[in-house]
Design a protein around this ligand. Structure first.
Ligand SMILES: Nc1ncnc2c1ncn2[C@@H]1O[C@H](COP(=O)(O)OP(=O)(O)OP(=O)(O)O)[C@@H](O)[C@H]1O
Ligand SMILES: [Mg+2]
Length: 310
């Protein structure tokens, strides 16, 4: 069989992390009476698959936006249990790749599987799959007329029939998990940027998704808040036994907490490997991105979005 070119080689599959003891942050069903623990449309556990099935498998995917190919020949594997960083310059297609994982964007070619299941096209199946994805979008998306606690409760109120008292205690657990129990009654305008990001993180965790996807979680945060958010991403990943994908151009803040790194540039994957391998890479595309050089094989992004996307 011909050897795959380096840029399309999947990331190394690491063995599953051993099940971690859950601490104060429990899955909703764990400590609750059984009749409380089964919501009307619970975020189902992933279908029982071979434990070696990766969290995400993208095979030979082409993604188009506004009639233009943004990413070519994307083949990658995100192993379960780890933190995978998807890096790349602005406009390289990181958010576009995430849109293919959440089913918002249907690939022009190739396949995307989440926990071994193809991302559904049919709306009902897609909504059901999305309950298993915790997504922190670029920008927090907190509702300004709701308190932190009400924001975190929103997915629970929308997707479950849990009684109020149970929702309140779950919200408290989620806020505690991000270190913000005391901020429950504050409105978004009363939160610092870092606190608001953590509330958004608690909301993304509300339905206990096994896969967390963070799109630029550090945008607009100072170095201290960035450190807090990234160590939280790592700690939640390990404590709750999650798989995390962090999309970012903040290489230096992200690499210390990542297990795997994928770099996108010039419309394709140009690197997959460990953070140490990334730091040692001599690939000119990778070096230009890591060293922040304006001149090199990555052109400055000048492609505007198509008008209909504005
Ligand atoms: N909805 C859309 N319609 C048309 N073009 C789009 C759309 N979304 C993204 N694009 C284009 O696709 C390319 C990749 O955009 P994308 O948002 O995925 O980049 P990114 O790597 O996430 O950038 P950033 O780091 O700035 O968030 C850009 O050229 C952008 O203009
Ligand atoms: Mg983006």
């Amino acid at each position: 069989m011909p050897k795959r070119p380096a840029e399309s080689r999947p990331a190394t599959i690491r063995p599953l992390a051993p099940p971690q003891a859950l601490t104060a942050i429990q899955r909703p069903g764990a400590k609750l009476p059984r009749f409380f623990a089964i919501p009307r449309s619970a975020p189902e556990d992933p279908p029982v698959t071979d434990p070696d099935t990766p969290a995400v498998r993208v095979t030979d995917v082409r993604l188009e936006r506004g009639g233009r190919t943004v990413l070519h020949d994307v083949t990658l594997v995100v192993p379960r249990g780890g933190v995978t960083a998807v890096l790349g310059p602005s406009g390289s297609g990181k958010s576009t790749l995430l849109a293919a994982l959440t089913g918002e964007l249907v690939p022009a070619a190739g396949s995307v599987e989440i926990f071994g299941e193809p991302v559904p096209r049919q709306q009902k199946a897609l909504l059901s799959m999305r309950k298993r994805l915790g997504v922190l979008l670029q920008g927090n998306g907190l509702l300004t007329d709701m308190t932190a606690a009400e924001n975190v409760a929103l997915p629970l109120r929308t997707h479950t029939d849990l009684p109020d008292a149970v929702i309140r205690s779950l919200v408290e657990m989620k806020l505690h998990a991000v270190g913000l129990r005391a901020a429950a009654d504050l409105y978004p305008r009363e939160l610092s940027g870092g606190m608001a990001r953590r509330v958004a993180l608690a909301r993304a965790l509300a339905l206990d998704p096994p896969l967390m996807i963070y799109d630029e979680p550090l945008t607009g945060l100072d170095p201290i808040a960035s450190g807090v958010v990234m160590s939280l991403v790592r700690r939640l990943n390990d404590t709750l036994g999650l798989t995390s994908i962090v999309v970012t151009h903040h290489v230096h803040e992200t690499m210390p907490v990542a297990d795997h790194a994928i770099v996108i540039a010039n419309g394709r994957i140009v690197f997959t490997g460990t953070p140490a391998e990334l730091a040692a890479s001599q690939d000119p595309l990778v070096r230009q991105f890591l060293d922040g050089q304006p001149d090199g094989p990555i052109p400055f992004d000048t492609t505007a979005r198509a008008p209909e996307a504005a």
